[in-house]
Design a binder for this molecule. Structure first.
Ligand code: AMP
Length: 280
């Protein structure tokens, strides 16, 4: 496994690989890796000759300095896990390498995909995400890039950015990987106690309940019913929203043509958790 810290050296290495007709799979991460990340890596390894994983805690996507500061950083453990997973290349750049002119986001048109959910509750978050992903795509020049449905809104926004800028990369999605009790795996889970993690399994139970019972409600009523269920839990619901899976606009009624996806954000103590499922 080769580890690069400098963008220029990585780009030269990749260009050399591409001259040999090798396909390049790319998995961007913020580290503190878990089985969810590693399943993206395995997915990429199945479909490409070479896999690059980046570990970079991107300052521009944090809308809260305390959140950025407490984000878990364990590069040595991550490198061991990636080596065991047979990753070919790890890109571990210092902040200056990605933001030589200060940690500011670019202004990229997100076509309203950031109007709701994470975009509403984390202002500026997605401008930070697309800024860093665009820079990474320019450095890594991947054939395919892998993103988890755990961050479904991010996935849709990256698809949009890639089309808008006519970037020559295929965006591949990967389903949400879950732990015991159904809790979506997340680096932030490590900031919870064992008991909190168990109780946070409630989010998945609520999503499953909605998948089974949504027909008894219209989207708005379903959201209200979920709100009432969360009031009896130890989690603080931030939003429960039923949206069009493509445009991410909230749905007023069920539409077989559009389908529907349910998105939840909730706090367990100080830790903010997100999850989502398709309803149909
Ligand atoms: P992060 O390190 O949180 O930025 O995540 C890096 C990538 O891994 C993103 O594409 C995430 O959507 C994906 N990911 C994180 N957790 C999961 C999970 N539980 N299941 C599937 N993909 C995930």
């Amino acid at each position: 496994m080769q580890v690069f810290e400098r963008a220029g050296l990585l780009t030269s290495f990749i260009e050399n690989q591409k001259k040999q007709n090798h396909s390049v799979g790319f998995v961007p991460t913020m580290g503190a890796l878990h089985r969810g990340h590693l399943s993206l890596v395995k997915h990429a390894l199945r479909e490409n000759d070479l896999v690059v994983v980046s570990i970079f805690v991107n300052p521009t996507q944090f809308n809260n300095a305390a959140d950025l500061q407490k984000y878990p950083r364990v590069p040595e453990v991550d490198l061991k896990l990636l080596r065991e997973a047979q990753t070919d290349v790890v890109f571990l750049p210092p902040v200056k390498e990605i933001y030589p002119n200060g940690t500011q986001s670019e202004e990229i048109d997100l076509n309203g995909l950031d109007r709701h959910m994470e975009g509403q509750f984390r202002p500026g978050h997605f401008q930070g995400v697309v800024t860093v992903v665009k820079r990474f795509f320019n450095i890594v020049k991947p054939t395919r890039a892998y993103f988890g449905e755990k961050d479904y809104q991010q996935l849709q926004i990256i698809r949009h950015m890639t089309q808008l800028h006519k970037l020559n990369v295929e965006i591949v999605s990967h389903p949400v990987e879950r732990g015991p009790g159904g809790l979506a795996l997340s680096s932030r889970n490590e900031l919870m106690s064992l008991q909190q993690k168990e109780e946070a399994g409630f989010i998945h139970k609520a999503l499953q309940w909605a998948q089974k019972n949504y027909r008894d409600f219209n989207p708005r009523q379903l959201q209200e019913a979920l709100k009432a269920r969360f009031e009896k839990s130890n989690l603080k619901l931030e939003y429960a929203l039923v949206s069009d899976p493509e445009s991410l606009e909230p749905l007023e009624e069920w539409s077989q043509k559009k389908g529907a996806r349910l998105f939840i954000a909730a706090y367990m103590g100080e830790v903010r958790l997100i999850d989502n499922v398709p309803l149909f």
